[in-house]
Design a protein around this ligand. Sequence first.
Ligand code: SAM
Length: 309
Amino acid sequence: MTDHGHIPVLVDEVLEALAPRPGDVVVDCTLGRGGHALALGQAVGRDGLVIGIDRDRQNLAHASDRLQTAGIPFVGIHDSFARVAHHIEDSGRPANIVLADLGVSSNQLDDPDRGFGFHDEAPLDMRLDQDVPGDVSSLLADISESELAELIRTYGEDPMAGAIARKVALERQTRPITTTGQLSQLVRDAYGPRARSSRLHPATRTFMALRIALNDEIAALETLLDRIGRACEMTGSEGWLSPGARVGLISFHSLEDRPVKQAFAELDRRGLADRLTRGAVRPTEAEMQANPRSRSAKFRAIRRTAAGN
Ligand SMILES: C[S@@+](CC[C@H](N)C(=O)[O-])C[C@H]1O[C@@H](n2cnc3c(N)ncnc32)[C@H](O)[C@@H]1O
């Protein structure tokens, strides 16, 4: 772990594929603690610009300090990257480079007050944007048992989804589910003796599923991919993506990687973009050893064709 609370993944691979040049405008859709933005910002230099977006005010503030201290021209935006096109069109400076490193940062996962981790006893929150009302505790109070089972099955791919939803439904008849420890124990109970043979902590998939659902993470990604696609369809220098712009996405599970792969393949097929990566780029063994959380990362990148449509 670095002082910044998060180790950026695949930094060399991102720099190689996205090839930042002095003067480029970089849009980091998931600024996080600023690791990727700093590396890209150093390459684009003082004539360039880094625009960083994040839903998490704490991460945005931390990364903004970090970039400003490094003397990198920087603008921070507190919003979802689903609205990236709107923000960049407003700025009047189309992007040469766009990066999205999906999911959550290590400091978010490790902060017991945020409620992302199942190892701590903490309020069951999991909001990426703490200005928005509605945490996981209230989601669990309101959702029907069958919808909860579906949610855990879809976003967590957990074969025990039905049994977990049943435990939750029974528990909330007597008391509300308000803490990470309480939910973690319910999942363990649903697994029963199977918990011992499970490679992952039994609550891993349920927590991930609830986080993805609460924060509407797949819908945000689909909107981002749609906006990238539409920008590639525009003529010449219209829109928020410069002709020749490089776009990279780092995903951490198949629900994210699948739509990215399909969207990039479709743009390539239509002659609107070229693929800059062959298949998905994975971390090296050395990176995975140094940073086990990089293990599931997959990076794909494209370049908008220079002439536009
Ligand atoms: C994996 S971290 C990014 C780490 C970053 N690349 C770094 O080097 O520090 C993901 C970040 O994206 C943010 N995030 C997730 N979904 C988002 C969305 N839809 N819009 C904006 N930010 C989002 C999270 O709050 C988190 O800070």
